[in-house]
Design a protein. Structure first.
Lengths: 279, 422
């Protein structure tokens, strides 16, 4: 027996686990996929079945062309919001986390309490809109980016702060002795080391922001400001829904986060294990 | 930002140079129903064709509780755009129309009186125009099953139950119920209101004034009793607890079930998903005890309103006047076909309406054969009615107890509205 081969029991356990995971994670996706291919009439039956007729292309074009190519505009808006918000979240989250962790002062406790409050207290919609109106940021993508940053920052700061605690201070001190200024220490020494937690944040926050429904609904009205989750309402209403197109839309909306996840997934795992082995 | 001063300059220049044709864009918010969107797009296209300097931006909002919150939030922050489509009746009252909507009393020339009353603010001004057809609440039936078993349209509840018995004996589902969509469970209670009013003409007023109760008015309790009866007799489809509105529509359209209690807007769903079955479906008002008084409970259509914060009130008003005219009404019929009567004087339905609509029209043509649903006569509608009707319709709670529970539920809302005598 070579070192790498599995025993029968190990192999069987692995197979069962894989099969169970496949059923749990792939079945819903298959359901969405099949529904997206059906005719309106067949989709209204809600059966988990092989489509009788395949309408991939006609459903796809109908969804993309609906309401004057609204979906494409929505993709663009959602991508801009997601990229903008995640960039700011990482930048500010890392900075605040760094300072909080490295510079003990009387204010830290207060600031940390503020961060926790930001995590726990639910935001109120109407006053937030008043603030945005006052700043002339309501109904703009920039305003939406700032909202997402405000809602996500507490979580980012927490993650970064605890991660930076695991980076030895010796590194900072070595850099200081070499003549680095504070900003240089942060940018050249600390920031590159934050890669694992940054990748985790990118995945978690970009999926959350891309898939956000309620915040754009309240804070970003206007036909030009539509985001991907809001396009679902083109095909869904209380009394009459076009389920084949709805599921095709869901399918299209699900793909970008899936790509992000598949792309970064390897790095999340790599980052975690790298930290673990170094000790 | 850098464009801003130059744009202002340009605008100032344009004004001083006397260009009167400023382009106006009216923003419209509607729900996402396919029929709403089709009608609104047809209306705005026709209006822009006649007034090239006015264009529209149509935005869709979700329906249900999400939509209610959204509309209230936007009105509270002054961001509701220029034209708003929203329910009439008690939901309209919940918007605080006196503060948030523009007075439209002067463009009501062609609007039928019964609609005006459901968009009248507490100060007596009319703040909306009708958008879409009125709907009837009653029972859809499958004509093929009726023909096969030699049944006739029932005029009383006893006849209805006799029909059900024969349908069940023939091995078919007599009544489709879809408690997976809880709102659909209320129909037997809400659509019974014509019969309640026929028996107790003052019920709506007494009920609002806390003098009449569901539990102590036998005619009003009948709706709950009906729900219990069809369940106990075993007339329901097996999956009534989880089936959805779409399932109910399919069952009655394709003959899987003989009856489905529902509002007439379900016809749009049949037309979309089962066009070949459209003529297999008929409609009758929910029967009561007296065959001589067999009438229909009517739901008023949604209204179009102008938020008080709109910056284009004059233009928006002109458009709404167009919607509330015979021409606008004909455009809506052209966009969606006729699924019910429009509440505009002189607006006739085409001759080739679907069978179920033709079944509904006689109720509207005779005097006193229709009554508005209770939610248009009284501001009180208990928030938990759909949960209670699901319980009764599933045999969990007896009708009498449910009626008493609903009276308690209603009390909370009446107190919240600050009605006298509660």
């Amino acid at each position: 027996m070579t070192r790498n081969s599995l025993s029968v029991r190990q192999r069987n356990t692995g197979l069962i686990a894989t099969a169970a995971a496949a059923v749990i994670f792939i079945t819903p996706f298959l359901y969405i996929f099949f529904m997206a291919m059906k005719t309106k009439k067949e989709a209204a039956l809600f059966l988990f079945s092989w489509p009788r007729e395949w309408h991939f292309w006609s459903n796809l074009t109908e969804v993309i062309m609906a309401r004057n190519y609204m979906l494409l505009l929505a993709y663009m808006n959602s991508t801009l919001i997601t990229v903008g918000a995640v960039t700011l979240l990482i930048l500010f989250g890392a900075m605040v986390g760094y300072i909080l962790q490295r510079r003990p002062s009387g204010w830290n406790r207060l600031i940390y309490a503020g961060v926790l409050v930001g995590l726990m207290v639910p935001p109120a919609v109407v006053p937030t809109i008043w603030v945005l109106q006052g700043l002339h940021l309501f109904k703009t993508l920039q305003g939406m980016v700032l909202i997402q940053v405000a809602y996500g920052l507490a979580f980012s700061v927490l993650l970064y702060r605890s991660f930076i605690a695991t980076i030895p201070r010796d590194l900072d001190e070595a850099a200081i002795i070499d003549g680095a200024k504070p900003l240089q220490i942060f940018v050249k020494v600390i920031l590159p080391l934050l890669r694992p937690v940054t990748v985790t944040l990118i995945v978690v926050q970009s999926i959350a922001i891309f898939n956000d429904f309620t915040n754009p609904l309240y804070y970003l009205p206007g036909k030009e400001n539509v985001t991907v989750q809001l396009t679902l309402f083109n095909f869904q209403s209380q009394f009459q829904s076009q389920f084949n197109l709805l599921f095709m839309n869901i399918l299209l909306v699900t793909i970008p986060p899936l790509i992000v996840f598949v792309f970064f997934n390897r790095q999340i795992v790599a980052g975690m294990t790298a930290g673990a082995v170094k000790g | 930002m850098r464009h801003y001063p130059s744009a202002a300059l340009l605008a100032a220049f344009a004004l001083s140079a006397g260009f009167a044709h400023a382009e106006t864009v009216l923003s419209v918010t509607t729900d996402g129903n396919a029929e709403t969107v089709a009608a609104m797009e047809a209306l705005t296209a026709a209006y822009t064709a006649a007034h090239p300097d006015i264009t529209f931006e149509i935005e869709n909002r979700p329906g249900g509780a999400d939509g209610d919150n959204l509309v209230k939030t936007r009105l509270a922050t002054g961001e509701a755009g220029d034209i708003l489509q929203y329910n009439s009746g008690s939901l309209f009252q919940a918007l605080k129309p006196v503060d948030t909507l523009v007075d439209l009393s002067d463009i009501q020339g062609s609007v039928i009186d019964s609609f005006k009353s459901v968009v009248t603010a507490p100060d007596g001004t009319i703040r909306g125009v009708p958008f879409g057809p009125a709907m009837g609440g009653g029972i859809y039936y499958n004509k093929k099953i009726y023909a096969e078993l030699g049944l006739s349209v029932p005029k009383t509840w006893a006849e209805f139950m006799a029909n059900n018995e024969r349908i069940k004996a023939a091995g078919k589902v007599a009544v489709a119920q879809t408690y997976g969509d809880t709102w659909s469970s209320q129909l037997f209670v809400l659509a019974d209101f014509y019969n309640v009013q026929a028996a107790v003409p003052t019920f709506a007023a007494d009920y609002t004034a806390n003098k009449a109760k569901y539990a102590t008015t036998p005619a009003a309790m009948a709706g709950f009793q009906h729900l219990e009866d069809v369940y106990k007799a075993g007339y329901l489809n097996e999956d009534f607890g989880v089936a959805k509105f779409d399932d109910g529509v399919r069952m009655v359209a394709t003959g899987e079930a003989a009856h489905y209690p529902m509002l007439t807007f379900a016809l749009g769903n049949i037309k979309q998903n089962f066009p070949e079955n459209l003529e297999d479906v008929g409609f009758f008002a929910q029967p009561g005890d007296d065959p001589a008084r067999n009438g229909l409970t009517v739901w008023m259509p949604a209204g179009l309103y102008i938020p008080a914060a709109s910056t284009h009130v004059a233009e928006a008003k002109d458009f709404l006047a167009f919607v509330a005219s015979v021409e606008g009404c004909n455009i809506m019929i052209g966009a969606n076909g006729a699924t019910g009567p429009y509440l505009i004087k002189g607006c006739e339905l085409p001759k080739d309406v679907p069978g179920a609509v033709a079944d509904m029209m006689p109720y509207f043509q005779a005097d006193g054969m229709t009554a508005p649903a209770l939610e248009f006569l009284s501001p009180i509608k208990g928030p938990a009615l759909e949960q209670i009707t699901v319980e009764v319709g599933s045999g969990i709670r007896p009708a009498a107890e449910a009626a008493a529970l609903y009276d308690q539920d209603v009390e909370k809302q009446a107190k919240q509205l600050g009605l006298p005598n509660w």
